[in-house]
Design a protein around this ligand. Structure first.
Ligand code: SF4
Ligand code: FES
Length: 300
């Protein structure tokens, strides 16, 4: 019995070894093929650039703290064939897929929904997927050179990727979720909101957590504890929601009128200017300031 088991075990081990060795061979083959393909992609890109009527030069910030020799920040330039409707994100993806697969940037939805590709493009915070290259041109003709950098005032993780933790911490600080004084009694009963109230908070609900506003804000740059425009907008979204009730609103006002809250804002409008969802951030901050003053007024 034990001899049989040993034979079976040996057979199984051999099968596993064979499978591993086949997989390794396949993996090596795939890696070689990928290398060949990568060279092919670069040649293809060069041909496409020669054939293209118009090209765009991307001057891209590069930095890789984990690779010796790439730890000094630098700019790399990639020439990309331009076509109508091409976005900054399309161009970056072309550069990554054809020239340098180590070029690192975040993206996901490609339709201004996920908020992951906020970048500093030609000196302004923009979403890569929402920014048409054609809109970046100076006067007439193609845009020429487009400079792409990571969002200012954040630590760079690699190339165009920044550490978003501080931004998320500030959002978390305002409790960005619905809390009400009064839940409906019945299990399936809806908690209705009036049309007027929905209209009032509509714009504030559009935030996609991209951090473009925070990156553009001079106050946030100088005060690491400042909640920042996105977090204050999130507080507005709930404080103004009639379904939360008065005591919740009061609690939310107390959070945003703290030392590093609404009163830090100097109405510079930079956040409002760069917000890709057109949220009137400065207006919301001002309205919360008024609400905070009203809630603190006492009449004897
Ligand atoms: S408020 Fe606008 S700019 Fe700020 S995180 Fe939200 S969507 Fe981005
Ligand atoms: S890729 Fe999602 S917002 Fe641009």
């Amino acid at each position: 019995m034990s001899t049989q088991v040993t034979e079976q075990e040996q057979e199984a081990e051999e099968t596993v070894e064979e499978a591993v060795s086949e997989t390794e061979t396949e993996a090596v083959g795939a890696a070689r093929a990928a290398q060949v393909d990568y060279g092919y992609m670069e040649e293809k890109a060069e041909q496409e650039v020669r054939d293209a009527e118009t090209t765009v030069k991307l001057k891209v910030f590069r930095y890789d703290p984990e690779v010796k020799g790439k730890q000094e920040p630098r700019f790399d330039t990639f020439t990309v064939p331009f076509h109508k409707g091409m976005t900054v994100l399309d161009a970056l993806m072309y550069a990554r897929d054809h020239y340098d697969s180590s070029l690192t940037f975040r993206h996901s939805c490609r339709q201004a929904v996920c908020g992951s590709d906020a970048l500093f493009v030609n000196g302004r915070q923009r979403l890569g997927c929402k920014t048409q290259l054609a809109d970046l041109k100076d006067s007439d003709g193609p845009p020429g050179t487009v400079t792409i950098e990571p969002l200012p005032h954040s630590d760079v993780v690699k190339d165009l990727v920044v550490d978003m933790q501080h931004f998320y911490d500030q959002m978390e600080a305002v409790e960005p979720y619905f809390q009400t004084d009064d839940y409906p009694k019945g299990e399936l009963e809806e908690q209705r909101q009036s049309r007027e109230n929905r209209e009032k908070i509509k714009m504030s609900t559009r935030c996609i957590w991209c951090s473009a506003c925070m990156s553009s804000c001079n106050i946030a740059a100088g005060d690491n504890e400042y909640l920042g425009p996105a977090a204050i907008n999130k507080a507005y979204r709930f404080a103004m929601d009639e379904r939360e009730g008065e005591s919740q609103k009061q609690r939310r006002l107390e959070i945003i009128e703290q030392e590093h809250g609404v009163w830090r804002c100097q109405t510079q409008f930079s956040c409002t200017e760069v917000c890709p969802k057109d949220i009137p951030l400065t207006e919301h901050i001002q309205e919360l300031k008024r609400e905070a003053v009203k809630s603190n007024l006492k009449f004897w």
